[in-house]
Design a protein around this ligand. Structure first.
Ligand SMILES: Nc1nc2c(ncn2[C@@H]2O[C@H](COP(=O)(O)OP(=O)(O)OP(=O)(O)O)[C@@H](O)[C@H]2O)c(=O)[nH]1
Length: 459
């Protein structure tokens, strides 16, 4: 849970976001004074920057769409629309950049459509983020019913295209001419003080405020979303303070725009990683539970059957010895009858854990059923298996668990085990069932000869 983006942020993580925000504010404040300083670096990296913003926004939109698909929350859907709209508008701006996909004089910087594309993208994205926050406050905030997703998904997918088409082809004739804002003066002063700039700035102030107020930054994703919005505000401040292209402010503002896009994308990618990690942990836990006996924690009978089959297959390749121990607690029925089942369960647990301590890492101890256990010792010869069996019997005896009195015996007794050992030679082909039968026969012999002992099977 520690790295979950939907969990409440720890004070340290809140601090991290605050420190990043502060660092960016400091950079912006420093740049503010030197924003119109010319740079010696004259190359126009606008196509590269626009391509990066478009790709980053596109991937962000896709990850938000997946979130919407999983959580079915409309605000995620609207956030996805916001970033997809931003990606498409940026892509169009890139394609129309003089010298990229259109002739050099097609849409010169500062033309009506050029300024409008920029303004509409930023304003539209901010308005869509704001509407996502308002949806969070409304009766639309709970997850949509699964049946509504069939209608909602195509809407979320198509709206960015429809909004982009509207912004690019329907609205421009209705918008007051923006071309002279740059071309008349040759710089961006007029643009910075125009209605379109106020609109963009206002839209981002609203988006940022709504993210903070509505979400109260209750989880890390919301914190990063707010930081991303804050970055856009700084971007706009620097853009409006640098009057010319290719000035220091112009370059730094692009850095802020890229950072803003990257912040949210990184947070979402981190969430994907977190989900993947949690799934893997859950799978491992579920798998471990499925192969363990609930009471004693040793392997289950089902796992034992598979493990024995695999051990026999390995033996046919390695030709190493393989031994099987069948272990049974003596007079366990009496123990249960005398002390009750709860005490009986405790006794089973103590014996199982004392046996585990006597085994090597690659030995397999399983509860075969009731008070009977089976142990696979791969690579152990008959003599070694007999030694291991004796060690296990001694370890259980050392537990000194008081046993109920038996009529035939006057002396005080302790709970003991009987062990049957069968060691299989690789020369013979044998089924797992036959292997168990032979070890079981040895166990029966141990019981017949008075219990509390180890018996080796003689084929
Ligand atoms: N407490 C508890 N008892 C169990 C569990 N599984 C099996 N038993 C008990 O284990 C006892 C097995 O009894 P028997 O099969 O007669 O064997 P025994 O009394 O140990 O006699 P010998 O094996 O001949 O020494 C039964 O009373 C079962 O109820 C369990 O999970 N918990």
């Amino acid at each position: 849970m520690g790295i979950d983006l939907t969990a409440p942020p720890t004070p340290q993580r809140r601090l991290l976001v605050a420190v990043v925000a502060l660092a960016m504010t400091l950079v912006a404040a420093l740049v503010f004074h030197y924003a119109d300083g010319p740079t010696t670096y004259g190359a126009n990296f606008r196509p590269v920057e626009l391509a990066m913003v478009s790709v980053i926004s596109g991937v962000t939109a896709y990850l938000l769409l997946l979130r919407f698909y999983v959580h079915r929350t409309l605000d995620d859907g609207l956030l996805s629309v916001a970033f997809a709209f931003s990606a498409l508008m940026t892509l169009y701006r890139l394609a129309m950049l003089p010298g990229v996909l259109c002739p050099l004089d097609k849409m010169p910087a500062g033309s009506h459509l050029g300024v409008w594309t920029w303004g509409a993208r930023l304003t539209g994205t901010a308005l869509l983020i704001s509407s996502a926050m308002l949806v969070k406050l409304s009766r639309w905030s709970p997850p949509l019913p699964p049946t509504s997703m069939r209608k909602a998904m195509p809407l979320v997918l198509l709206s960015p295209c429809a909004l982009t088409a509207a912004a690019l082809f329907l609205l421009p004739p209705w918008i007051p001419d923006l071309s002279n804002l740059v071309t008349a003066s040759g710089n961006y002063h007029a643009l910075a003080h125009s209605w379109i700039s106020y609109l963009m700035f206002g839209a981002w102030v609203m988006a940022f405020s709504l993210v903070v107020i509505v979400t109260r930054l209750r989880n890390m994703l919301q914190c990063w979303l707010a930081l991303s919005g804050y970055c856009y505000l700084l971007y706009l401040v620097i853009v409006f303070s640098s009057p010319m292209r290719l000035t220091l402010g112009w370059y730094i503002s692009r850095f802020f725009e890229l950072s803003s896009a990257l912040i949210l994308l990184s947070a979402l990618l981190f969430e994907v990683f977190t989900v993947k990690k949690r799934l893997r942990d859950l799978y491992e836990r579920a798998y471990e539970t499925s192969i363990r006996d609930g009471l004693t924690g040793v392997f289950s009978r089902r796992h034992f059957d598979k493990a024995l089959q695999l051990a026999l297959e390995r033996q046919s390749v390695t030709a190493s010895p393989l031994s099987l121990l069948m272990v049974d607690i003596d007079f366990f029925k009496k123990y249960n009858d005398h002390f009750g089942h709860v005490q009986g369960d405790l006794c089973l647990q103590r014996i199982a854990s004392s046996m585990v301590k006597q085994l090597r890492e690659n030995d397999t101890l399983a509860r075969y059923g009731g008070e009977e256990f089976a142990i696979i010792l791969e690579g152990s010869s008959g003599a070694n298996a007999a030694l291991a069996a004796e060690r296990i019997r001694n370890a259980v005896a050392k537990l000194a668990i008081t046993a109920p009195p038996v009529e035939s015996e006057a002396a005080h007794r302790e709970v003991s085990i009987s062990v049957g050992v069968y060691s299989h030679s690789p020369a013979e082909i044998i089924t797992p069932e036959e292997l168990v039968r032979r070890a079981d026969a040895a166990l029966y012999e141990a019981k017949r000869h008075g219990r509390d002992q180890v018996r080796i099977a003689n084929d």
